[in-house]
Design a protein around this ligand. Structure first.
Ligand SMILES: Cc1cc2nc3c(=O)[nH]c(=O)nc-3n(C[C@H](O)[C@H](O)[C@H](O)COP(=O)(O)O)c2cc1C
Length: 203
C-alpha cells in the first residue's frame, strides 16, 4: 500500500507522529492567526524550527483531511470573542499527522480589541478519533468536495441538532464518555463545560 502522497508540494504520510501525549502543545498568534510564539513541545511535535514558524500563518500545519467548516466555525467564535474547543488533525513537517484537542484563549487590549489568541493542545484518545471524529470529518470533507462548505456546514448543523448538542458539547461528551469507560477519573455528577475543560487543561 502506498502510504505517501503529495499535495501542493507537501508530502502526506499516513502515519502518526510519535510524541509524549502527557504534554501540552502551545502557540500564540496575533489577531490574524500569524504565529508569534510556540513552546518547545510544539516545535518537537510539528518538526519545524522556531524560525520556520514565527511570522507564518497557523495554517502551515493544516492537514488536508481537515474539513474547512471546522475552521469556519472556529474563527466565527474567536472573532466574536467566544472561547472555543476543536478537535484538529495537524500536519507535521515530515508529512505525518497528530490529532489534538485545542483550548483557545482570547487576549484583548484595554479597548476590548482582540490582540492575541493562545492555543493549548492535548492528545485525544485514539478510540474517540477512530470511532467518532474521523467518520464525521470524512463525511464533511466529502460534502465540501461535492457541494462546498455551505453544505458541509448545513450537514454539521443537522448532525448536531439531532444530537441536541453544540460542537463543543459534542466533543466534550465524547471525551468524557471515553474517560468513564476507562474509569480514569471519578466524575462529579454535575460537571459543567467550564469545569470539564479546566480539568482537562489543568487550569
Ligand atoms: C491560536 C490559534 C491556533 C490555531 N491552531 C491551529 C492548528 O493547530 N492547526 C490548524 O490547522 N489550524 C490552526 N488554527 C487555524 C488557522 O489559523 C487556520 O484557520 C486553519 O489552519 C485553516 O486554514 P485556512 O484558514 O487558511 O483555510 C489556529 C488559529 C489560532 C488563532
Amino acid at each position: 500500500m502506498n502510504q505517501e502522497n503529495h499535495l501542493q508540494g507537501r508530502t502526506i504520510i499516513d502515519k502518526e507522529v510519535s510524541w509524549d501525549k502527557t504534554q501540552v502543545i502551545m502557540s500564540k498568534t496575533n489577531a490574524f492567526g500569524i504565529i508569534e510564539y510556540a513552546n518547545e513541545v510544539f516545535i518537537d511535535v510539528c518538526g519545524y524550527e522556531d524560525y520556520e514558524l514565527m511570522g507564518q500563518p497557523h495554517n502551515i500545519i493544516r492537514h488536508p483531511d481537515m474539513p474547512k467548516v471546522i475552521f469556519k466555525v472556529l474563527w466565527e467564535n474567536l472573532k466574536a470573542g467566544k472561547n472555543f474547543h476543536a478537535v484538529v488533525k495537524n500536519l507535521a513537517k515530515s508529512g505525518r499527522y497528530y490529532w489534538v484537542i485545542t483550548d483557545f484563549e482570547i487576549a484583548k487590549d484595554e479597548n476590548g480589541v482582540i490582540v492575541n489568541y493562545f492555543g493549548r493542545r492535548q492528545a485525544v484518545p485514539q478510540e474517540v478519533i477512530a470511532m467518532h471524529i474521523e467518520p464525521l470529518y470524512k463525511k464533511l470533507l466529502q460534502i465540501e468536495g461535492a457541494g462546498g462548505v455551505e453544505f458541509s456546514e448545513k450537514y454539521l448543523i443537522g448532525f448536531l441538532e439531532e444530537k441536541k448538542r453544540s460542537y463543543v458539547e459534542y466533543i466534550k461528551e465524547l471525551i468524557l464518555e471515553h474517560e468513564k469507560s476507562q474509569s480514569k477519573f471519578s466524575h462529579p455528577e454535575e460537571e459543567d463545560e467550564r469545569g470539564f475543560f479546566s480539568r482537562l487543561f489543568n487550569k
